[in-house]
Design a protein around this ligand. Sequence first.
Ligand code: ASP
Length: 339
Amino acid sequence: MSKLLLIYAGGTIGMMRNAGGRLEPFDFDYLLDHIPELKLLPHQIKTLSVENPIDSSDIDFGIWSDLAQIIFDNYYDFEGFVILHGTDTMAYTASALSFMLENLSKPVVLTGSQLPIGDLRTDAKENIITSLEIAGKKINGKPAVPEVSVYFEYKLLRGNRTTKISSEHFNAFDSPNYPPLAEAGVEIYFNEELIRPHHKDIFKIFTGLSDAFVVLKIFPGMNETYFDILESGQIRGVILETYGSGNAPRFDWLQKKLKNALDRGVKILSITQCMHGKIHPERYETGRHLYELGIIPGSDMTLEAAVSKMAYLLGKNLTDKAMITAFKQSLRGELTEND
Ligand code: ASP
């Protein structure tokens, strides 16, 4: 038996229809009333709701800090945590928490549902119950999955490798560049060799995220003015969503704008627009010119991982060298390091 904390942040899972027929977050008691099965689990479960449960499209850094703080305040009283969260930004929150919760050695499982708990065909129950089972699972006396993960529709995925792939199907998440950490069937099968090791260092949180960055997607027909944002003195980082294995057009104006930004110390991180695969800086001439300028290849990071890693590293005020090294390194298993 484990002591678990079930945290409600909002999302469809606990929503009800308002007078206009649209879904809106509702209070946690309503949700709990619909899962009497919680009492049957072999764990001691305490519940806690954020002050204002949200539709996760309203997520911001403040709510991430609140969630990190809740885990920090309760860290030594519980053996595992489950966060009920909307699916729209669940992959962002899971990625962000993976960086903000430093030296995490306990399970933090995020889950939600595509249909509200009150709907007959809801997917909420299975997701909550199995998430709690996973958060409470121990192997050799230690938590089986001591990292931030997302559980949805029979799969447990590494949080910072996860992306939302469907607004329709119950199978709403995937981690295209990393296999599932666990799969639930009749039994829950844990892929132990893929799970992050336990930390010996003291658990702490980092909440000083920076929002001084933008995401720019390369697309055919993009206009020079699209990159004017780089000239704003506020911007310290850019996530460039490049084609294929990390390519972008070799237009003179683009080259110039990127170089000017890099010369001013802006960090530009390249990730691929493809679902699968990673940045290969040397594969094409249309890629090489970017990395010779000093753009950082982001390997196989998802956009969600890149956004939260950027916010985290810019917030840390590292030296240029340390930041560039940290971008290329796997800090929490979020990327495959280049050999
Ligand atoms: N808009 C909802 C949210 O992310 C969708 C969901 O929960 O599935 O909060």
